[in-house]
Design a protein around this ligand. Sequence first.
Ligand SMILES: [Zn+2]
Ligand SMILES: [Zn+2]
Length: 276
Amino acid sequence: MNLHTHTTYCDGTASALDFVKTAKQLQWRSIGFSAHAPLPFPCDWAITADNLEKYTAEITNLALLNQSDIKILCGFEIDYLIGLGFPALRYPEVQKSEFLISSIHFVNNPKAENPNTQYLEIDGTYTQFLLALKSYGFDLKKLLQAFLEATQQMISEPVGTLKIIGHIDKIILNAAKASEFTALENWFYDELFQIVQTGSYSYDFIEINTRAMYKKALSNPYPKLEFISKLHQTKIPLIINSDAHHPSELNGSYSNLYQLLSNCGLESIVKNHVKF
Ligand SMILES: [Zn+2]
Ligand SMILES: [Zn+2]
């Protein structure tokens, strides 16, 4: 099972039909589609607003055609932007979707004068990340604080449907490359844990995302295993996704993750996942 997938409607490289075929070969009971919803500024990895209707119709049609074999869900991955909330919720197709993965890919720019530079991408290339860091005076703690602030607001704001928090610590992909991160790591995860705890009734699941394991050969999913263990101990519902951009990634690093979770005594997460 996997609710986090991207097709050619956004930055994926295969059609929804190809994903469904692979999911059926894997004998999955369900699969969800989560195109990056449009942003209020140009973005080359998101679906365009004029394609929303076509996307929803295509997924709904696939769901009908395959209903005896597999449950197909239509959703979106939506961005939370400080000051704007979830801008994608203004589109009826997004509002009506069966689930939403809410993620932070941008922090606000404290130095912005021009609205086009209001938001800074933090999970793109390291160069993009450094540009964001520059706007925070090269103070990594301040940038992480902005990310935590956005995460806190994102967690507490309802979306009107099933809400999954996507790759909750993804900023570390780039942040961990900065030498100052080591000294900030414990502080960052303690803050993140507080946020998740206090907002625990305003989301349905926190995602365990394997993308960095099969794409970047990292040894941990998002969030890192130690943090997953803490979330599990406090009974926070978790869901495993691969953030697939191609059908070959649908179960990317799942078996590796299952093994890691079992080694940490977290078999029940695996058992729950397989039941979906
Ligand atoms: Zn994402
Ligand atoms: Zn994604």
